[in-house]
Design a protein around this ligand. Structure first.
Ligand code: ADP
Ligand code: 5GP
Length: 223
């Protein structure tokens, strides 16, 4: 497993290296609010952004693909990767362990692409501690808790016990809304998606991220 995710590049994200690379775009929400749906739409819409595929110890759901949705690993394999310092962040969510492998993120950034993360608030905090100004954090809220439950039920992926557990965790997750740069209410999906795109477009235009500007302005002055 560790080989599958190995990279020739150094996994540490030094701020000097990140300053000339893409941004780390994080979507978090209580389960069922719609972050996977929004992430899918963004990936289809924008070829400059790519998904970070997480490692997890949770069971594979029907329809999920190893290497596409997650890298499914055992507890021992997960522990080994923690010991090898292979992760940018890791956390326990719903009793299962989840982590972002560092190698692929590093490669995407070096190839000039932005990276999209579907991770929880604990992972977002760790990513922010490591990569600071290159992280853009969006929290997605459902319009109501009733609607959240309906979405979890309509998704048809979890038993009613699991849905009860996710609903119990929702309040805890929502309590971390103020650790994010943007908070969006996902009522109308297309409207919410338009806002996500707007944020991405604007964040890409920040002066500090447009590293080519220095040369451009120098040439402009030399004309
Ligand atoms: P999450 O990734 O946050 O757990 P999902 O993206 O899987 O949530 O969405 C949960 C369910 O709600 C899915 O069936 C999805 O199609 C649906 N959904 C997402 N956004 C909306 C929306 N704005 N209105 C109605 N249903 C939605
Ligand atoms: P699910 O098991 O439903 O796919 O995801 C459960 C939760 O784990 C979601 O809130 C999701 O954002 C979070 N998650 C998925 N991958 C990671 C990861 O790599 N790191 C962290 N910290 N959370 C993750």
């Amino acid at each position: 497993m560790a080989d599958e995710l190995a990279s020739d590049t150094n996994p540490s994200l030094s701020s000097s290296a990140l300053a000339r690379r893409g941004l780390l775009f994080v979507l978090s929400s209580p389960s069922g609010a719609g972050k996977s749906t929004l992430a899918r739409m963004l990936l289809e819409d924008d070829e400059k952004i790519e998904m970070s595929v997480s490692v997890t110890t949770r069971e594979q759901r029907p329809g999920e693909e190893h290497g596409k949705d997650y890298f499914f690993v055992s507890d021992d394999e997960f522990e080994e990767m923690v010991a090898d310092n292979s992760f940018l962040e890791y956390a326990t969510v719903f009793g299962n362990r989840y982590a972002t492998p560092a190698g692929p993120v590093q490669e995407m950034l070096e190839e000039g692409r932005d990276v999209l993360f579907d991770i929880d608030w604990q992972g977002t905090q760790q990513l922010y501690q490591r990569a600071g100004q290159d992280v853009v954090r969006i929290f997605i809220l459902p319009p109501s808790l009733g609607e959240l439950r309906e979405r979890l039920e309509s998704r048809n992926t979890d038993s009613s016990e699991i849905i009860d557990g996710r609903m119990q965790r929702a309040a805890d997750e929502i309590s971390h809304w103020d650790g994010y740069d943007y908070v969006l209410i996902n009522d109308d999906l297309n409207l919410c998606f338009a806002k996500v795109k707007q944020i991405l477009t604007t964040e890409r235009m920040r002066r500090a991220r447009q590293t080519g500007l220095i040369g451009f302005v120098r040439d402009l002055m030399d004309e």
